[in-house]
Design a protein around this ligand. Structure first.
Ligand SMILES: [Fe+2]
Ligand SMILES: [Fe+2]
Length: 287
């Protein structure tokens, strides 16, 4: 289908296969039966392709296991349910958008997304935000860019090129060229996939922080993590513009610039793992 406007794009998104029942089921099981390793392991094992993805990533160099993990239950025990949940979520979403040669640099995009996920979860505890929800929000905050690059490919290529030329924020260029932006598109996709309202809202507001009246801490945390990863120059979010940390975000989170300078070392250390994770997951998916 030729996508000419936001209504066309909505139609295309509505026809995208939704997160598979199995993945939705597993995420739901983790939410409701958090500590029941047997139950969650059974749910994951029900789907062969999902469980083989989890085992491959669990055995990848990133997790540095000295012995082979052969069963899902073992992965849950050794890596922890939360790490397994993140593997389930990220490998499933990455599978949705196969790599393309042109448009958004997908490797750079995922590297940026993982780095923001790791940075957000690194800082989460300090600001009393749930660490796993922070990881997923960071991972998916820019997912709308991938949708745009996939479905309105030529226009998005122009947007990326223009951003570089004019050194402008991609959001502004998207609004100028299309009349809508990746924050809106990403939040619509999350809504269509029935993902939690907190995720939908955070993605919708990650460039317009003050509009989020429901989950301001999560949205501000993702913004700060986004800024740090840009400052650290990890990955390629599609535009060269380095956003400044919003003083509003710092006040919502109760952080000072001094706290950030102290935290950045920890973030940098953890973010350097992003490349390892993405390599492992891409390797698994492309096999
Ligand atoms: Fe963004
Ligand atoms: Fe970003």
């Amino acid at each position: 289908m030729d996508v000419k406007n936001i209504e066309d794009l909505e139609k295309v998104m509505r026809h995208l296969p939704s997160l598979s029942m199995v993945v939705a089921d597993v995420l739901d099981a983790i939410e409701t039966h958090g500590d029941d390793i047997d139950y969650i392991s059974r749910k994951i094992s029900q789907d062969q392709s999902l469980s083989s993805r989890v085992l491959r990533v669990a055995n990848s160099p990133f997790y540095g296991m000295t012995r082979k993990i052969g069963r899902i239950k073992e992965a849950n025990v050794v890596l922890g349910i939360n790490a397994v949940r993140n593997i389930v979520m990220s490998s499933s979403i990455m599978e949705y958008f196969p790599d393309r040669k042109e448009g958004l640099d997908q490797y750079g995009f995922w590297l940026h997304s993982f780095a923001v996920a790791i940075a957000a979860s690194t800082l989460a505890e300090q600001v009393s935000v749930d660490q796993d929800a922070a990881f997923i929000s960071g991972l998916l905050h820019d997912i709308g860019k991938l949708v745009l690059s996939t479905f309105i490919h030529d226009d998005y290529q122009t947007i990326i090129t223009q951003c570089e030329k004019e050194q402008s924020l991609i959001l502004d260029m998207e609004q100028k060229v299309l009349g809508y932006d990746h924050a809106y598109v990403g939040s619509r996709l999350m809504r269509l996939w029935n993902l939690p309202d907190e995720l939908v809202t955070t993605i919708r507001c990650h460039h317009e922080l003050e509009k989020d009246k429901k989950y301001p801490k999560m949205t501000c945390l993702v913004h700060v993590a986004d800024c740090l990863c840009r400052a650290l120059d990890v990955g390629n979010p599609g535009d060269p513009y380095v956003q400044k940390v919003s003083p509003y975000a710092l006040s919502v989170l109760g952080l000072t610039m001094h706290d950030l300078t102290e935290g950045i070392e920890r973030v940098f250390e953890n973010v350097s793992y992003a490349e390892g994770i993405i390599g492992d997951i891409q390797g698994v998916i492309c096999r």
